[in-house]
Ligand binder design. Structure first.
Ligand SMILES: Cc1cc2nc3c(=O)[nH]c(=O)nc-3n(C[C@H](O)[C@H](O)[C@H](O)COP(=O)(O)OP(=O)(O)OC[C@H]3O[C@@H](n4cnc5c(N)ncnc54)[C@H](O)[C@@H]3O)c2cc1C
Length: 377
């Protein structure tokens, strides 16, 4: 969110500085792990659709500028293979909502029955015979680290300053001027935008500490059988295979040369403190992932782990994003809590936040992301 916002502000001609405690792209927050799903029919809610639409355009512009492949339009397949509809990211029937939004917003798609899914995508051969699928050809995946690097490079080329390895210790405003303190310096700015991911509550205090929870998530890359029936650049997928919000997994086609399939599930237990985040994935967690999500749902994937990573979701009580002014500090905007599906929207969010910061309004309506919905203003 920070890289996208910095890039868009620089592109609009603002005098702008980005500050990060690490050197993005890095693997300490919520934006690492090689790939992120993108889809236009955002089952989490219609308010997100303009962001992802703009992001798809911006990824292509950045690809032309940087020469990097950022967005693989391999399609996305959202499936329910269970008796009851599945809850996901706050939506009671995620696949149903996705289909409904695609119809309402004219998003190109196909509805596939189990026999069609199995024939076209044999890697999902074991799914139930009454499973249903939504296939969106415009979806696929983006490469988060490359997207971040491309936006930071572009921002620098447009004159933005990027300070890395420096932690912001406080943000205050007085008389309309924002004072940003790090261990090394104090920066006075007309405006500040805080995109601090899982560190947001620590930096901003109330009401964010009451609203945000940080949840540890794991990413797994399992080795494919040889010869592989999991084609490269086949669709990314979200598979609901039970009624609980943990009965869901999502994954990616094999990246050329890797011989593995990246897959993950989600959980919503809050960390007591982000300082206690366990960044290692245990053998038990690997075995549990395979047994609970892969066995019986996929063909062609072995239980052998190639690599694993830990990442975090920063989640609000209604799973929605927060993009709003800080209630106590004038001219400070908070962009965070992207609850597990933020990356696909990030380029569009950066553009909307830059517009709002510079002109007071944005092309995309941001009212669905206000703090007022929590009674927090
Ligand atoms: C496992 C996993 C899978 C996901 N899958 C998808 C997906 O398939 N599709 C999708 O669209 N989204 C997905 N998401 C969500 C998406 O990746 C995140 O919503 C998004 O990347 C969050 O970006 P962010 O900028 O808010 O946070 P971050 O990328 O964590 O950035 C926060 C930055 O703030 C910096 N910072 C924090 N505090 C300070 C401070 N005090 N001073 C200076 N710098 C500071 C940090 O160093 C960091 O660089 C997934 C997330 C995870 C964890």
């Amino acid at each position: 969110m920070g890289a996208a916002t910095l890039y868009q502000l620089a592109r609009a001609g603002a005098s702008v500085v980005g500050i990060d405690r690490f050197a993005p792209p890095h693997d300490q927050g919520s934006s690492h792990g090689d790939t992120r799903i993108t889809r236009l029919a955002v089952g989490e809610g219609a308010a997100y659709i303009p962001f992802v639409r703009r992001s798809h355009v911006i990824w292509r512009e950045l690809e032309a500028e940087s020469g990097e492949a950022l967005f693989e339009q391999c399609g996305v397949l959202v499936m329910t293979s269970s008796e009851a509809p599945a809850r996901h990211h706050g939506s009671e029937d995620f696949t149903g909502n996705t289909i409904e939004l695609a119809r309402r917003y004219g998003i190109d798609h196909e509805i596939l029955h189990a026999s069609q899914i199995k024939a076209r995508f044999p890697q999902f051969g074991p799914i139930r015979d009454d499973a249903i699928g939504y296939f969106e050809p415009e979806g696929g995946f983006v490469r988060p680290e490359k997207c971040i690097a491309a936006q930071l490079d572009a921002a620098r080329n447009l004159g933005a300053a990027v300070i890395t390895g420096e932690t912001v210790s406080s943000i205050e405003s007085e008389g309309g001027v924002v004072r940003i303190k790090t261990g090394e310096r104090t920066i006075m700015a007309n405006k500040a935008i805080v995109c601090a991911g899982m560190w947001s509550a620590n930096l901003l205090g109330e009401p964010f500490s009451a609203l945000l929870k940080v949840c540890r998530q794991k990413l797994f890359w399992f080795k494919l059988e040889e010869p592989s029936i999991f084609p490269q650049l086949s669709p990314t997928f979200i598979l609901s295979h039970g009624p609980l919000e943990t009965d869901i997994c999502y994954g990616f086609p094999p990246i050329p040369g890797e011989g593995s399939m990246k897959i993950a599930t989600e959980q919503y237990t809050a960390l007591d403190s982000i300082d206690t985040l366990d960044r290692t994935v245990s053998d038990e967690e690997v075995a549990q992932m395979y047994q609970s999500h892969l066995a019986g749902n996929f063909a062609g994937v072995t239980p052998e782990l190639v690599k694993a990573a830990v990442c975090t979701y920063t989640v609000t009580p209604d799973y929605g994003f927060i993009i709003d002014d800080h209630p106590a500090f004038a001219n400070v905007t908070v962009v965070s809590a992207c609850s597990g599906h933020g990356f696909k929207h990030s380029a569009g969010i950066g553009e909307a936040v830059a517009q709002r910061t510079l002109t007071g309004r944005s092309d995309v309506d941001l009212s669905a992301f206000s703090l007022s919905r929590f009674g927090a203003r």
